[in-house]
Design a protein around this ligand. Structure first.
Ligand SMILES: C[S@@+](CC[C@H](N)C(=O)[O-])C[C@H]1O[C@@H](n2cnc3c(N)ncnc32)[C@H](O)[C@@H]1O
Length: 224
């Protein structure tokens, strides 16, 4: 049974927000390989209640809309969504100037107030960055050097229990021959992190989504 509006308003004023039972989203074709993987970002953000989220690579805004939706549900937090929205080596054929399209999609999801669109390259956006980050989604330049640079630039700002999420991590073990590229470097880089002892959990869906904790060996759970 739905709660009367006055009870919901009072609960909100007290910071009591019940978990969402159903979430409605607009039907938008984002033309994104992330597909339903965006719900993982939604769930992660909804559970983590992050103050600061960052994403590198927004395109039409699928990932940004779902993180934004979680922040809207919580009623707090901000996503800094970094993408030059211009031609890079990593646009699909039709997603070159996606700036207006992304803004429109954020409005359609009702999340524009929770997302700051940073129209820039990640290295420029990282210069002078001074916010502690709870969650970062890395989905921009997919070359080995590009993804390594994004990790090195932003992960020092990630909180101990923060999470870095990488997209496109299983191209090596499950290539999609129609879309495969020789310069796809995400699997190699994330596998290097795994071999260096960073905890990596990979879902073999949507071309691979990997969650990485930014402490080699993992954060100890017992303080000795
Ligand atoms: C695969 S798309 C991102 C898809 C998006 N996350 C989604 O959920 O649909 C890759 C994006 O990365 C952006 N990009 C490429 N190089 C970048 C860089 N150095 N900094 C920030 N964004 C970059 C491209 O402009 C492109 O829009």
């Amino acid at each position: 049974m739905a709660l009367p509006p006055i009870v919901r308003k009072a609960a909100r004023a007290l910071g009591l927000r019940p978990p969402a039972r159903s979430v409605r989203v607009p039907r938008i074709n984002f033309v994104s390989g992330l597909e339903d993987g965006a719900w993982l970002l939604f769930g992660l953000a909804r559970a983590m209640r992050p103050a600061v989220c960052v994403e590198i690579g927004s395109a039409r805004g699928l990932s940004a809309c779902y993180v934004g939706l979680a922040l809207k549900e919580i009623g707090a937090g901000r996503l800094y969504a970094i993408d030059p929205h211009t031609r890079t080596d990593w646009n699909d054929r039709e997603s070159v100037d996606t700036y207006r399209l992304m803004q429109r999609n954020l409005r359609a999801f009702g999340v524009a107030d929770y997302v700051t669109v940073v129209r820039d390259y990640s290295d420029k956006a990282a210069a002078g960055w001074d916010r502690r980050i709870d969650m970062i989604f890395i989905d921009g330049d997919h070359s080995y050097d590009g993804v390594k640079r994004d990790w090195e630039l932003f992960v020092p700002h990630l909180r101990e229990f923060g999470v870095a999420v990488f997209h496109d991590t299983t191209w090596d073990i499950a290539p999609d021959h129609a879309l495969n590229r020789d310069d796809m470097g995400v699997p190699r880089f994330v596998d290097e992190l795994r071999r260096q002892g960073y905890p990596v959990i990979t879902l073999d869906r949507h071309h691979g989504i990997s969650l990485v904790q930014p402490t080699a060996g993992g954060v100890p759970l017992v303080r000795s």
